[in-house]
Ligand binder design. Structure first.
Ligand code: ADP
Ligand code: MG
Ligand code: MG
Length: 192
């Protein structure tokens, strides 16, 4: 993993989240409390500020600073979950350069914290197929979008949306969409 590409990726991700702040919150208004866009935009903006201020030297330090910033600034359910993802990536990046393994470690930490498996209408429904597709070399920008859109048909059994039961069906999960941005910008930056 090249440091410059990782920085490009995190900038593109922050831009994408800010541009879609309202859309992410609208998705969350339908099945949650309507704050996912503002939560994520606050967090990713803080990540860019922290990177500029601290100038981390290595990929591991970049991931660690990103994790700590997301945990402290995003809040809600998604802050600790994205923070866990970047902590898992931090740990893996000390052992390997392999993007697939690094993302698999991020996913493992999300699942350790949130206990969600695929099919529960969460960000895990994007992370799981992305990690698999990377292993099989079949990941495309279109497939990433489709993974997020496929959460529409699912009933939420984790997080705030689960309170709605069957009424959660028919709406795309906001965290799945923000995760799709994480991966589409990764492709754009040439990290994967
Ligand atoms: P909150 O629900 O606390 O307001 P956000 O709105 O920022 O937090 O984030 C909601 C998103 O978090 C959901 O759309 C879902 O993708 C994700 N999420 C919630 N609970 C879990 C969980 N247990 N595992 C994985 N992702 C989860
Ligand atoms: Mg919310
Ligand atoms: Mg909230």
């Amino acid at each position: 993993m090249e440091k410059e590409k990782i920085l490009t990726w995190l900038h593109l991700f922050a831009d994408k989240v800010s541009e879609n702040n309202q859309y992410l919150s609208d998705l969350d208004s339908a099945i949650g409390d309507g704050d996912h866009g503002t939560n994520m935009a606050r967090g990713t903006t803080a990540v860019i500020d922290a990177l500029e201020e601290k100038q981390p030297e290595t990929v591991t330090d970049i991931f660690k600073l990103t994790a700590m910033t997301l945990i402290s600034k995003v809040g809600g359910a998604s802050g600790p979950l994205y923070g866990s993802a970047f902590m898992g990536m931090t740990k893996a990046s000390m052992q390997t350069d392999d993007v697939q393994q690094i993302l698999a470690s991020g996913l493992a930490e999300i699942q350790k914290r949130g206990k969600a498996v695929a099919g529960e209408k969460t960000m895990v429904d994007v992370w799981v197929p992305v990690v698999s597709a990377l292993k099989e070399n079949t990941l495309t920008a279109d497939s990433i979008t489709q993974f997020a859109e496929a959460t529409k048909e699912l009933q939420a059994t984790k997080g705030r949306a689960s309170y709605l039961g069957e009424r959660s069906v028919g709406h795309i999960d906001p965290g799945a969409v923000s995760s799709s941005y994480l991966f589409s910008t990764m492709l754009e930056a040439g990290v994967i």
